[in-house]
Design a binder for this molecule. Structure first.
Ligand code: SF4
Length: 125
C-alpha cells in the first residue's frame, strides 16, 4: 500500500484508509518527494477497518516514530492541518491530535481578533 501523506486525499470520506495519486505532483508541495513514508508497506499510517484500540495505539506510535526521523515532518503536518486531512497519521500527529491542534488555533485566532478589536476601541476612545 502506498502511504502518501505528501499527496492530497482524494477519496470519499467514507473510505478513509486509501489515498490516491494526485492529479499533479505539485499539489501537495515539493516537500513530499522527501517523505520517508512514500511506501507504507507495513500499513502504519492508516487504520484497517475494525482495528482494536490497543492495536491502533501501537500502530500509531510506530508511525510517529517514522515521522520523527522524516526531514519534512513540519511541512507534512502543516499540509495535513490546512487540508485538513481527516484520517491517518501525518506529520507525527493522529487525526484526533490534529483536531486538537486546529481547535487551539481557532481559539487563539478568536482571542487575537478580540484583542485587536479592543485595542482599536481603546484608540478611538
Ligand atoms: S512526517 Fe510522517 S507522514 Fe509525513 S511525510 Fe514524513 S513520514 Fe510521512
Amino acid at each position: 500500500m502506498l502511504h502518501s501523506p505528501h499527496q492530497p486525499l482524494r477519496v470519499a470520506a467514507a473510505v478513509p484508509p486509501q489515498r490516491t495519486t494526485p492529479a499533479r505532483e505539485d499539489e501537495a508541495g515539493p516537500w513530499h518527494t522527501e517523505a520517508v513514508c512514500r511506501r507504507d508497506e507495513a500499513g502504519l499510517f492508516f487504520a484497517p477497518s475494525k482495528e482494536p484500540t490497543a492495536a491502533r495505539l501501537s500502530r500509531e506510535e510506530a508511525a510517529k516514530r517514522v515521522c520523527a526521523r522524516c526531514p519534512v515532518m513540519v511541512e507534512c503536518r502543516e499540509h495535513a492541518l490546512l487540508q485538513p486531512e481527516p484520517y491517518g497519521v501525518w506529520g507525527g500527529l493522529t487525526a484526533a491530535e490534529r483536531r486538537v491542534v486546529l481547535a487551539r488555533r481557532r481559539r487563539r485566532e478568536v482571542e487575537l481578533r478580540k484583542a485587536a478589536a479592543a485595542e482599536r476601541t481603546e484608540r478611538i476612545a
